[in-house]
Design a protein around this ligand. Structure first.
Ligand code: HEC
Length: 207
């Protein structure tokens, strides 16, 4: 039971998407099923936190069962499926960086104390440095300071930034970054505003 509990905590952390999964930990399928049963038994639906999120999809399953390093052919197949499911809008993908900054700051969304009408944020600062004015940021992800200055804002770079935010697992299957568009947490305009925060030459990220 102690072991199952430990695994359960690891699965919970991985499921919440904002903490690093415990590495070098190979759970068996039976362990995962046991954990899911315990979580489903004990957790309650509250606000925007539903139990549907306890069901791992094919990507999470592949990463969970293989210590975040599934066999290469499976990685390729699943990444291609994730990529094909990204809804890239036509035209410019650069929105308003000022709105993007508040979305990047906001950690709201899909939590038990969020109502159905509350607007979700991107929690970007939880894991990344962005605008230099913000002194508090996490370091699980790489610093994105100067991102547009380094990469420019060509159509190709816009598409990369949009796709990364929409679904990072299309680029790196076991990426720790949450699938913000794929999960419906952020909408098209919010993702464009975040692309602007990353790529607009006027954004503080690129000053
Ligand atoms: C839970 C942590 C986490 C959160 C939250 C998060 N990211 Fe990431 N992000 C990462 C990690 C880790 C990587 C590194 C590469 C990977 O996982 O593939 C990454 C990679 C990226 C990249 C690609 C960087 C490159 O050099 O190509 C971009 C762009 C990015 N994140 C933007 C964002 C934005 C914008 C947000 C907010 C909407 C965000 N991230 C939220 C963890 C996070």
């Amino acid at each position: 039971m102690k072991r199952a509990l430990k695994l359960g905590i690891a699965a919970l952390l991985a499921a919440c998407g904002s903490m690093p999964a415990v590495e070098h930990h190979f759970a068996s399928e039976a362990d995962l099923l046991e954990i899911q049963a315990v979580l489903k038994r004990d957790l309650r639906v509250r606000g925007s936190a539903t139990l549907a999120r306890l069901d791992a999809d094919a990507v999470q399953q592949a990463c969970n069962l293989n210590g975040n390093a599934p066999p290469e052919p499976l990685v390729k197949t699943l990444e291609a499926q994730q990529m094909a499911a990204i809804n890239f809008p036509a035209g410019s993908l650069i929105g308003d960086w000022k709105r993007g900054e508040s979305i990047a700051q906001s950690g709201r969304g899909m939590q038990w104390n969020d109502g159905p009408k509350d607007v979700a944020g991107g929690s970007c600062y939880n894991c990344h440095q962005l605008a230099p004015q913000e002194a508090s940021y996490g370091t699980l992800g790489p610093s994105l300071l100067g991102f547009g200055k380094l990469r420019g804002n060509s159509a190709e770079t816009q598409k990369y930034a949009y796709g990364r935010i929409y679904n990072s697992k299309a680029y790196n299957l076991c990426s720790q970054m949450p699938r913000l568009g794929h999960s419906g947490t952020l909408d098209e305009q919010q993702i464009k505003d975040l692309v602007a925060l990353l790529l607009d030459p006027d954004s503080p990220v690129n000053k």
